[in-house]
Design a protein. Structure first.
Length: 173
């Protein structure tokens, strides 16, 4: 069964700086969530807790999901403290209990939590599809965000995952 995994689309990502094409990516993720909900496809959300004093501190405003993509009370949220959504969390057990063997992954940040989770899901035997226009990152001191995204997608495609545009993702029950 196919599930949608939404990673770290939190208020802290949209603070003083925004991810490359951030609002458009946010809109595509919101659309994916809406389409998944419309057919009752399983949704899973991941939320990063950076600890006290961090922009992603669970007790601070940056921890909350962006309103456009916020989980419903009935939808499972996995709180993580590392880059992988699987590391020391119950995500794998939750996915398996729901009969999930394939994941559509979207969210933030491309080269950190999205990449690590894609690879971790692949290692656990999930069939992984990454929404190619449904993840993003920031410019780094060395590379622009567009180069980081293109390079990361090149590494994923055909190795750890396949890529699909948000408009081409189909959820069915």
């Amino acid at each position: 069964m196919l599930g949608l995994l939404v990673i770290d689309v939190q208020q802290a990502m949209f603070g003083t700086a925004e991810p490359h094409d951030g609002r458009a990516v946010l809109g595509r993720i919101a659309e994916l969530i809406g389409r998944a909900r419309a057919v009752q496809a399983p949704l899973f959300f991941v939320q990063h807790d950076g600890g006290p004093g961090d922009a992603f501190d669970k007790n601070g405003p940056g921890f909350a999901y962006m309103p456009e993509v916020a989980p419903l009370p009935s939808e499972p949220v996995t709180v993580k403290r590392r880059t992988s959504a699987f590391y020391e969390t119950g995500l794998d057990l939750s996915l398996r209990a729901a009969g999930i063997d394939a994941l559509v992954i979207c969210g933030l940040q491309t080269e950190y939590c999205v990449d690590t989770t894609v690879r971790s899901a692949f290692e656990r035997g999930y069939r992984v599809t990454v929404v190619g226009d449904g993840h993003s990152t920031f410019d780094s001191a060395l590379l622009p965000a567009t180069t980081i995204i293109a390079h990361t997608q090149h590494l994923w495609n055909g190795r750890f995952a396949r890529l699909k545009r948000a408009a081409d993702v189909v959820f069915d029950r």
